[in-house]
Write a protein that binds this ligand. Structure first.
Ligand SMILES: Cc1cc2nc3c(=O)[nH]c(=O)nc-3n(C[C@H](O)[C@H](O)[C@H](O)COP(=O)(O)O)c2cc1C
Length: 378
């Protein structure tokens, strides 16, 4: 049955449509339909693991609220027939101003973990950051991702372990190394704590080997990585102008503004609201990317207009994976591309570079924020 309709959809051709118990993912028209599939297919524990945040989930809600507090100021009569949402990141042209954010514990969402995501990213042409704690193993996924492989690293060992692990990823062909710095300890995600369940083989309340080292990481580790690696270095989890300035001093190439999708420190500001102070501190000396709450093409273009080079997709990717594996992630990217193209035409912009703050205006949000408030028809 089609996820949102009890009746069959209207045939688009003269041929009558054949009945299907499960929709062909390529025929899904919206990400809402994909998410509806994920909701029926995923266990309650997996669903909560994906959508949940830390403690009161205020950071998670603010990510959405901040996006909803920005309205567009569209321009007209600008010949937008050839509008394309292409972007530039790390010196290369990208099909979308979006990347697949790093996700751990993906075997709780799909039996093949990160592999289907990597395959979808390679087929579509979208950068994918594979987490050093990807399940079952990031190496097979890295090979599947090919040129789209970026490596996200947690400091799950001493300095020599971190350097060796990063070097191994560079040897596997990663385009950048991204160190995630906002997990010195795990945020208290109550949806998970109440279940008292293991995630991806990690015993409930326990740690994987090396995880205790994350809290000891310091800027000196960034210096070491910068001096040893010959690929761009990204630091993920920056939330202040002060740390953005420090990242620049330590030679970081890309500043990744993120509050980990509200899964770590509660009571932070919405991720998109951190962009202005970070961009001011960086003054064009590094690329700035962002994630947190981005679910739609309109969300992504708000960040682009604010000055972000790329936007990371976390939960949207996880739910698309849970809905239909590789095909689900691929279709999600296609739909997001369609949303971006339509929004650009409606905004009066042919290229992402044309978007700036003059296309945006602060407003009072009309939607109460929620992990899935971007999908009111769900
Ligand atoms: C299930 C899940 C697993 C995650 N695992 C990682 C990880 O291994 N490394 C990391 O840097 N961030 C991880 N994150 C955070 C995402 O990379 C990203 O920052 C966040 O999901 C963005 O917010 P969004 O989900 O609202 O898009 C994870 C997020 C989720 C939802």
């Amino acid at each position: 049955m089609w996820p949102l309709c009890k009746t069959r959809p209207v045939a688009r051709t003269a041929e009558p449509m054949t009945h299907k118990d499960t929709p062909d993912v390529a025929d899904l028209e919206t990400t809402t339909e994909l998410l509806a599939l994920a909701r029926t297919g995923l266990s309650e524990a997996a669903w909560d693991f994906i959508v949940g945040g830390a403690e009161t989930e205020t950071t998670l809600l603010r990510n959405r609220r901040s996006l909803d507090a920005i309205a567009f100021r569209p321009r007209v009569l600008r010949d937008v027939e050839g509008a394309e949402p292409r972007a530039s990141f790390l010196g290369a042209e990208q099909r979308l101003p979006a990347l697949l954010a790093p996700l751990a514990s993906m075997t709780d969402i799909h039996p093949d973990g990160a592999l289907p995501v990597a395959r979808a990213a390679a087929r579509f042409g979208c950068p994918v950051m594979l987490s050093s704690v990807s399940e079952p193993d990031y190496e097979a996924a890295a090979r599947a991702a090919g040129e789209q492989f970026h490596f996200q690293l947690y400091a799950d060992g001493d300095e020599s372990w971190v350097l060796d692990t990063a070097k191994k990823a560079v040897d596997l062909g990663c385009r950048s190394v991204c160190v995630t710095v906002d997990v010195p300890t795990f945020g208290r995600r109550e949806r998970h704590l109440h279940r008292r369940q293991a995630i991806a083989g990690r015993p409930f309340g326990g740690l994987r080997r090396g995880e205790a080292n994350r809290g000891r990481a310091h800027w000196s580790l960034i210096d070491r990585l910068k001096s040893r690696l010959d690929v761009p270095l990204i630091v993920k989890g920056i939330q202040t102008a002060e740390d953005a300035a420090l990242a620049l001093e330590h030679g970081v190439d890309v500043i990744y503004v993120s509050n980990h999708g509200g899964r770590q420190l509660d009571h932070c500001v919405g991720a998109i609201d951190v962009l202005p102070e970070v961009l001011l501190a960086v003054r064009g000396k590094a690329e700035v990317i962002v994630d947190g709450g981005f679910m739609r093409g309109t969300d992504i273009l708000k960040a682009v207009a604010r000055g972000a080079a790329m936007v990371g997709l976390g939960r949207l990717q996880a739910l698309a994976l849970g809905a239909a594996g590789e095909e689900g992630v691929y279709r999600m990217l296609e739909i997001v591309e369609q949303e971006l193209r339509v929004t650009m035409k409606l905004l009066g912009a042919n290229r992402c570079e044309e978007l700036d703050g003059t296309f945006l205006q602060p407003v009072a949000p009309v939607t109460p924020p929620g992990p899935l408030s971007a999908f009111p028809l769900l």
